[in-house]
Design a protein around this ligand. Structure first.
Ligand code: ASP
Length: 409
């Protein structure tokens, strides 16, 4: 049986087991959760997280060095960042529009009086952006600060290109390091079905079904917006810009999506999504190595969708109206908030505080959606990493065209 089939079966079994235990035997669930589901999930998460920092380093150094000339690096950089920003804006607009159509915040009596949420101070985005240059790269590695690791790796890769022959040995070592990591990804993925099962059973079992019922319409709107964005934005851009069949793209990339779905972490999924992009989507290593780690860190369309829907939901639940200017502010801050969101579970919700504050909506409103966020986090993370892969495919195809043009010129 193929690994992706195994993971999908594990997800379904985990879902059913979690749901049934939640409804019939909550005590039994608690025991199983402590001794079986959580440990299975945790082992899997740790195994893949173990590879993230070295993979980001090796692959970005290699990717940057592989691009060779700095002009190419610039061109790919501009394409990548433009795609990230534009699709994130579209994502938020889809989320906001659907929230206005379905009005999830008017769909029930939400206890806004007693809602309380301690907003942890999210670091201001300006600080995150300024801090992308690490003062101490070793510290960046120790802390797993992705943006800083990426910056440092781009510098190293650039130097390796410029120094050419002189540093051939080091480049070879980085190449081999990368091989080792990719090999380990394949080994670890053998455990993925068990990890996925544990993670899903734990998440579904501990989310009371009542919470899901009360928040049904909000969940529906977020999920609908995620699907619309996948099919419309990614589908059409894959079709138009990369001239590939979108359905083949989704099908080929599905193993990575299922890992994102079970881990709720773009970072943790990175090793798998790069592997799938390189082997199944035929994205050259140097493009995948550059686009995907960057995307896993700053490109979060699924998160942006949730933030858009949640903002309108909270405004509606509190009976507040937003002006057009405020809506534009929401779009802009949600772009920044999604860039600032780290690719780990649940951070999107914390960054939502920043969006709410920008238009003076009550941050306590987050308490209304926190109960079901764990489940939505799974779905939005799958979208987050799909956007990165879509970008990698588009860069691949447009670069091919560029190369062909240069040949004939
Ligand atoms: N879990 C998401 C990710 O890793 C981030 C978030 O929205 O909380 O992509």
């Amino acid at each position: 049986m193929k690994l992706s089939t195994k993971i999908i079966i594990a997800l379904i079994v985990g879902l059913v087991v979690g749901l049934v235990l939640n409804l019939t035997a909550l005590d039994l669930f608690q025991h199983l959760n402590t001794y079986l589901f959580t440990p299975l999930g945790k082992i899997f998460l740790n195994l893949i997280n173990m590879l993230v920092v070295p993979i980001v380093f090796f692959s970005i150094v290699l990717g940057t060095a592989g691009l060779g000339d700095p002009k190419k690096l610039g061109r790919i950089g501009v394409k990548t960042i433009s795609y990230f920003l534009i699709t994130t804006c579209i994502a938020i607009i889809i989320g906001i529009a659907l929230a206005y159509v379905f009005e999830p915040g008017h769909a029930g009596d939400f206890d806004t009086e007693n809602a309380s949420f301690e907003a942890k101070e999210a670091p201001p985005v300006s600080e995150t952006l300024l801090n992308i240059i690490p003062k101490n790269p070793v510290q960046a590695f120790v802390e797993g600060n992705m943006l800083q690791i990426i910056t440092f790796s781009i510098f190293v890769g650039f130097a390796l290109t410029m120094l050419g022959e002189k540093t051939k040995g080091l480049l070879k070592i980085v190449e081999q390091g990368n091989e080792v990591m990719m090999y380990l990804v394949n080994v670890i993925m053998k455990f993925a079905p068990y990890g996925a099962f544990g993670l899903i059973a734990s998440a579904v079992g501990s989310q009371g079904i009542d919470a899901v019922k009360a928040m049904g319409l909000y969940m529906f709107v977020v999920l609908l917006a995620l699907v619309v964005h996948m099919l419309f934005t990614y589908g059409s851009s894959i079709y138009i810009l990369a001239k590939r069949n979108p359905f083949t793209f989704f099908k080929d990339f599905s193993p990575a999506m299922s890992v994102a779905f079970s881990t709720s972490s773009s970072n943790a999924t990175l090793p798998v999504s790069m592997n799938v992009a390189q082997t199944k989507l035929k994205v050259p290593e140097h493009i995948s190595s550059f686009v995907q780690p960057l995307g896993a860190t700053i490109n979060m369309d699924g998160t942006a969708i949730m933030q858009g829907v949640a903002t309108i939901f909270i405004a509606q639940a509190y009976g507040l109206d937003l002006t057009f200017t405020q809506l534009v502010t929401v779009v802009l801050t949600a772009v920044l908030a999604s860039i600032g969101t780290a690719g780990v579970p649940g951070v999107g919700l914390i960054m939502l505080a920043m969006v709410l504050k920008s238009v003076n909506l009550p941050v306590e409103g987050i308490a209304l959606i926190i109960g079901i966020d764990r489940l939505l986090d799974m779905a939005r993370t799958a979208v987050n990493i799909t956007g990165d892969a879509a970008c990698a495919v588009i860069v691949t195809e447009t670069e091919k065209k560029h190369a062909a043009k240069e040949m004939t010129a």
